[in-house]
Design a protein around this ligand. Structure first.
Ligand code: SF4
Length: 322
């Protein structure tokens, strides 16, 4: 018997507190994000963080910006010239260290913030011109200390494919965390990998093979090392956004498992349906539903257990994205 882990766990997500509607911004307001609060909120437990308020800067407070070299910017209040880099750095370092032991499954950061922004944050140079090449001080510390953690900005989550990729990583991270926090065995990890094989194949076929070999050799590897290498490899592989072409190949591969169990007409119908998805004529949900129907009818548990079929709660409507 392999260990039963929940197929749809409840992830713990760190979040820039202003996105939840907390009045922590420099102007005393918030940046409540509808997707974060209303759509995702019912499925996750939040761990809100406002590094600037936690650094004792209060709300409202003078606005700040990044200045200097993009690779090592300073956090400065432009009006007063006050440099808050050390203050914020110390808070970020302590907070991230605490979060690292807090069993997070992901983090959603506020874009453009000199503290929380992850991508293309403005860094002001000596001549009063800004380049969008920086990263907020807290965001930089977070991804440095927890490189395998799924992290995104709320702005990028408006892109359906990026949102799908992020949510798949978050829920997969949570499933793996459930397993690794138990008294798991090598056999449990093999079963976990087997259930995620098609999801991996659709994202990164090469990494899927590498992880398969890692798990197969797992008995000869120290348990903690195996867990850490598997988690890092899995998250890195899934961070590659699935393309329609790779998804088509994966679905055809899945039909291969049904070949001797269903008649030729049904098999042809499945392949045609998948090709229709590849041409953009039908949504991914159509071939997946058909696949599951045949897998259920023929009792192929291996296919039914594939997390590719339902990587996240259905109400998040993931498969509409491809
Ligand atoms: S972006 Fe970050 S630091 Fe700024 S208000 Fe939001 S949580 Fe606080």
């Amino acid at each position: 018997m392999t260990r039963a882990i929940p197929t749809m766990p409840r992830p713990r997500l760190g979040v820039s507190a202003c996105l939840l509607g907390s009045a922590v911004r420099f102007d005393g307001g918030h940046q409540r994000d509808d997707f974060v609060v209303a759509r995702l909120g019912p499925h996750v437990d939040w761990v809100p963080v406002c590094p600037e308020v936690e650094a004792g800067l209060g709300a409202p407070r003078p606005s700040m910006r990044l200045e200097g070299r993009p690779e090592a910017p300073r956090l400065v209040e432009p009006r007063s010239g006050r440099d808050l880099t050390e203050t914020l750095d110390a808070t970020a370092t302590a907070r991230v260290a605490a979060l690292a032991g807090n069993a997070l499954d992901g983090f959603i950061l506020k874009k453009d913030s000199p503290t929380c922004g992850l991508h293309r944050v403005r860094v002001w140079g000596d001549h009063g011109q800004a380049e969008r090449t920086g990263r907020g001080l807290f965001a930089a510390r977070l991804v440095e200390v927890m490189p395998a953690l799924p992290v995104e900005e709320e702005g990028r989550l408006r892109d359906r494919r990026l949102r799908e990729s992020f949510l798949i990583r978050v829920f997969t991270h949570a499933r793996l965390a459930c397993l690794l926090s138990s008294d798991w065995t090598h056999r449990d990890l093999v079963a976990f990998h087997t259930d995620h094989k098609m999801l991996l194949l659709a994202s990164h076929p090469t990494a899927a093979g590498d992880l398969g070999r890692l798990v197969a050799d797992g008995r000869s590897i120290d348990r903690d090392t195996l867990a850490s290498r598997y988690r890092t490899g899995l998250m890195r592989a899934l961070s590659r956004v699935t393309s329609v072409g790779r998804m088509v190949n994966t679905l055809h591969h899945m039909v291969g498992h049904l070949t001797r169990r269903i008649d030729r007409a049904s098999s042809r119908e499945m392949h045609e349906c998948i090709d229709g998805f590849g041409r953009g004529e039908v949504p991914l949900a159509v071939p997946l539903t058909l696949l599951r129907h045949h897998a259920r009818r023929t009792g192929i548990d291996y296919l039914l257990r594939q997390t590719l079929c339902e990587p996240c709660p259905p109400s998040l409507q993931l498969h509409a994205a491809l």
